[in-house]
Write a protein that binds this ligand. Structure first.
Ligand code: TUI
Length: 318
């Protein structure tokens, strides 16, 4: 397949793997790149040396293009910018903030920059500062989310900018990919389905929770305080809810409790497999994800499903 996204990134399919902190390591990202998509190493909250190690590792796994995601709320974000430049990474995606202050250095290093955006205003700003494309992530997605759905937001972003737009949030198969393309997207980013990939170094208990999840099993926590995060409902999300209800009742709530509840909670889920106290970040599409498969199988299924769906849509015409 050839379009602006495959050309920009020199990849076979315009399918990006979501940059899930603690999950999207060199093993997962390398497998996605080898299978023709764009694998992305998640910087998350990791310090520079950990990210450098993953960048060096992925280069031993694949000679195809890959990216590094910089989570801009990370205390190490600046260090990760240094790392991608020093390690000659060619593509960067960003999340949870604006990469504006790093843009000059990225451009000087010839790095392609694809910010993830939650709204039209941010997408326009990213285009203005020189982004090569944007991923619009609807609030169906797992993790830190904005307020607009993929269905409503995607065509609005597509109309607002000239650069290629990729869709994310609620996309796990070929039908979702086709829907995003019908709305004007030129690529997609898939997260939740890759959490259960055979190559994903994720605790089996977390994978099992996603495989068993129903459509209504996720919830957004910290809607009123801090950063809204979508995850599978569990003891942690119930604790968050209680803390939020209590905080809404007082004039000057102690927001430290939210930091405390969230601190390290993703690691607790991914590495320790503590499904009660860990943050089981997941998109609403988890109900559709019912099999643990290889990355290759996942990408092939999405792409063939995409083509099948488009053919079906063609037959609807008279
Ligand atoms: O970043 C994500 N998803 C994430 S980051 C993350 S780590 C984390 N954990 C707990 C609390 C906070 C972070 C888990 N999941 N997706 C991309 C994304 N970016 N969603 C929303 C945004 C975003 C938000 C504001 C992008 C830009 C922005 O503002 C831009 C500006 O101009 O300030």
């Amino acid at each position: 397949m050839k379009n602006r996204v495959t050309e920009l990134l020199n990849i076979e399919y315009p399918i990006l793997q979501g940059a899930m902190a603690w999950i999207a390591d060199a093993d997962l990202a390398g497998a996605v790149s080898n299978a023709g998509g764009l694998g992305i190493i998640a910087g998350g909250n990791a310090p520079k040396e950990v990210v450098v190690e993953q960048i060096r590792k992925i280069k031993t796994i694949t000679d195809k293009p890959f990216a590094v995601n910089i989570m801009l709320l990370s205390p190490f974000a600046e260090d990760i910018v240094d790392a991608v430049i020093e390690e000659n990474v060619k593509v960067v995606t960003t999340g949870a903030g604006s990469p504006a202050k790093h843009m000059k250095r990225f451009k000087a290093a010839g790095i392609k920059v694809i910010p993830v955006v939650p709204s039209v205003a941010v997408a326009k700003k990213m285009e203005k500062i020189g982004a090569d494309a944007v991923v619009f992530e609807g609030m169906e997605a797992g993790g830190h989310v904005g307020k607009i759905t993929t269905m409503a937001g995607l065509p609005q972003i597509v109309d607002a900018v000239e650069i290629p737009v990729l869709g994310a949030g609620g996309i796990a198969d070929g039908r979702g990919m086709a829907a995003a393309f019908i709305l004007g997207a030129e690529g997609v980013q898939v997260g939740t389905r890759f959490v259960v990939a055979k190559e994903a170094n994720v605790h089996e208990k977390y994978k099992e929770k996603i495989l068993k999840a129903r459509d209504i099993d996720t919830v957004i926590s910290s809607v009123h305080f801090g950063h809204p995060v979508r995850a599978l409902k569990n003891k942690l999300t119930r604790d968050f809810e209680k803390a939020e209800i209590a905080a809404l009742k007082v004039e000057n709530p102690d927001l430290e409790i939210f930091e405390e509840l969230g601190r390290g909670a993703l690691r607790v889920a991914v590495v320790d497999g503590d499904i009660d106290n860990g943050s089981l970040m997941s998109g609403q599409i988890a109900g559709l994800v019912t099999k643990e498969e290889t990355v290759h199988e996942i990408l092939q299924d999405i792409y063939t499903g995409f083509q099948k769906t488009l053919k079906k849509a063609e037959q609807l015409q008279d």
